[in-house]
Design a protein around this ligand. Sequence first.
Ligand code: NAD
Ligand code: UDX
Length: 440
Amino acid sequence: MKVTVIGTGYVGLVTGACLSEMGNHVVCLDVDPAKIKILNDGGIPIHEPGLLEVVRRNVAAGRLEFTTDIERSVAHGTIQFIAVGTPPDEDGSADLQYVTAAARNIGRSMTDFKVIVDKSTVPVGTGDKVRAAVADELAKRGLPEMEFAVCSNPEFLKEGAAVADFMRPDRVVVGAEDERAILLMRALYQPFVRNRDRLFIMDVKSAEFTKYAANAMLATRISFMNELSRLAEKVGADIELVRVGIGSDPRIGTHFLYAGAGYGGSCFPKDVKALAMTSAEMGIPSKMLKAVEEVNEEQKMVLVDKVVARYGEDLSGKTFAMWGLAFKPNTDDMREAPSRVIIGELLKRGAKVQAYDPVSAAEAQRVMTGWDGLSYADGQKQALEGADALLIVTEWKEFRTPDFEAIRDSLQDKIVFDGRNLYEPELIRSFGLTYLSIGR
Ligand code: NAD
Ligand code: UDX
């Protein structure tokens, strides 16, 4: 099939690449010429395991193209995915300006039937807004009769595992009410789900809502575990044992129960806020979502609180090594990364930070430009040099079994503050290190 993907970010690029892998001819459009240049030069603008190979293979096969040419991209696909950003507005609600702009571009130049698919995470009712924007552009062109359908197809991929998630999804949700659109969307996704039970066709509003409900549910689990971890610490229990103890109940399940330094990323924080805004606008403000957010904001301070409890408010003269900057492993994404809050708080109190992350240093430098006292190291050991204590903020695999002796010998104060509970407390203490982790 002929598919156009509008927006070539984390979601759009993965969607385009994976759809081309199944034999579709995909044109990816972006308004950012720098991104399109990187892609047309044979690279990818993000760090995402396995993605470069899929992109290269399908570009070579002539099934995947990248362009900034709007007219060409609109002309190409019968199915037009909108996968542009929906960042939070000042009040926390989703900013739909990019979605609307993409919809208007379609309406401005389409010449035949199109299935327009919202893949961006958008509030309930956005499908109607997209329909109105396209219809308005068609009316301006004197083509009010031209047919099109609007669907919702929220994306559930996780960064760092995006290709695998897209190729073998737990489920595909399609909100569609037009028969032709349903047929086309079924055909498009059939190879990915094979087992039909995993393709859920529903009305557009329910599909839009499903995405927010999923992220809000997951964020709630994390905040609840984070709150429990604080209590566990006070009463002398170990949250890691509690996690195993409760996770084995299939009604609870083992996934997404890890207490840590708070959730970040481009989705949970903004989607929890946006759903909270919708609930307030509808006159039933969510108490749960407010609490989920508050707990998360506090959780990003937990490592800082432990540092302050140890050293006092004045951290001048202290240097902290930091392992991990990205909001989670296997990505270079720094959006809403807890490391940003933690570094800011340490610097504010006069400390210096020597940070190391396997892939996100360049992105970190971009988002924390001019932060005095923050420097970047080329490796774990370099970050430790001359430091008083180590903070672990992202659970990259390479931090899981480190050289504990080197940590001990490098650190002045021989303290490890672990925001991701990577180590057995007894083991790390046996190396002569003081170990402060989360909820234990
Ligand atoms: P992103 O910021 O990485 O990419 C968005 C891209 O859209 C940018 O490259 C931008 O230049 C481009 N763009 C903006 N306006 C455009 C236009 N009019 N025409 C063409 N291109 C345009 O965003 P993302 O992380 O890929 O997220 C996209 C959407 O998917 C958001 O709604 C997000 O909530 C949702 N989502 C993201 C993830 C994730 O893990 N990142 C997962 C699921 C859903
Ligand atoms: C999330 C959703 O999982 C995905 O379905 C959706 O499409 C986009 O948003 P992503 O933001 O890529 O994906 O990362 P995810 O793996 O969900 O982690 C989000 C944050 O939660 C990270 O900061 C992570 O460290 C944190 N987290 C996750 C925990 O603190 N504990 C956990 O048990 C799991």
